[in-house]
Design a protein around this ligand. Structure first.
Ligand SMILES: C[S@@+](CC[C@H](N)C(=O)[O-])C[C@H]1O[C@@H](n2cnc3c(N)ncnc32)[C@H](O)[C@@H]1O
Length: 225
């Protein structure tokens, strides 16, 4: 993997409060994913039953709830947006979450280090849509990243996604349906129109719904091939 990969999102938003700076300076090291972690199974203080990765966790609401509800599992979150990282750290500290590691950068730097079939599930909630054709190369769902996700996911593992953006919904579906490593096991429109039970809310999810947009909920399965 190259040392430099262009990342087009924001790394910082509004000025970090003193509390956020404290979390990033003093608490992030306790949750930090080791820089060259070659085996996600070995980065937790317990031996996790299952390992999940969330890419672009934003404020960390979804990941924190998953980790809190399943202490037997291990969770890894990647997010280059520092304000979001401090928000997840706040959840971890307030809720005494221990089974979570944070990669405060672009997840693509980690992909190639990890072994095949090391993840039970991957969450990508409300990815940046990058709707303009000239920005299509910036979308997190693309041929290369899907190939890596297929390699990293166990057979039968889940790729959980949601989006409220028409362009992103179509792009996600077209990409997955064109990839022989994934299945979309749906029987009726309710399967993508109704939020599956137990999926925690995210900041973007709430914003989209409050502004009248209709998210689509996707549950893809890594196929045994
Ligand atoms: C639209 S936001 C959604 C945040 C959150 N999932 C939610 O639903 O509230 C997309 C997030 O993905 C992050 N992101 C984009 N590309 C990424 C990458 N390669 N690795 C990790 N995070 C990434 C961005 O920084 C951004 O915070």
């Amino acid at each position: 993997m190259a040392d430099f990969l262009p990342f087009y999102g924001r790394r910082r938003g509004r000025k970090l409060s003193d509390g956020s700076k404290f979390l990033l300076e003093k608490k992030l090291p306790l949750y930090l994913l080791p820089n060259k972690s070659h085996n996600p199974a070995k980065i937790f203080t317990h031996s996790p039953d299952k390992i999940y990765l969330e890419i672009g966790f934003g404020g960390g609401e979804h990941l924190a709830i998953e980790a809190k509800n399943h202490p037997e599992n291990g969770y890894i979150g990647a997010e280059p947006f520092l304000n979001g990282v401090s928000s997840l750290l706040r959840h971890c500290e307030n809720q005494l979450i221990k089974n979570l590691r944070i990669w405060p950068d672009d997840i693509r730097f980690q992909f190639s280090l990890w072994p095949n079939s090391c993840l039970d599930g991957v969450y990508i909630m409300f990815p940046d849509p990058w709707p303009k054709n000239k920005h299509a190369g910036r979308r997190i769902i693309n041929k290369d990243n899907l190939a890596e996700l297929a390699r990293l996911l166990k057979n039968g593992g889940e790729l959980r996604m949601a989006s409220d953006h028409p362009c992103a919904k179509n792009w996600i579906l077209a990409s997955i349906l064109g990839n022989p490593n994934f299945d979309w096991p749906v029987v009726s429109p309710d399967d993508w129109n109704i939020k599956p039970q137990g999926w925690p809310e995210t900041r973007y999810m709430k914003k989209a719904i409050a502004e009248g947009r209709k998210p689509a909920w996707f549950r893809f399965k890594k196929l045994v091939i």
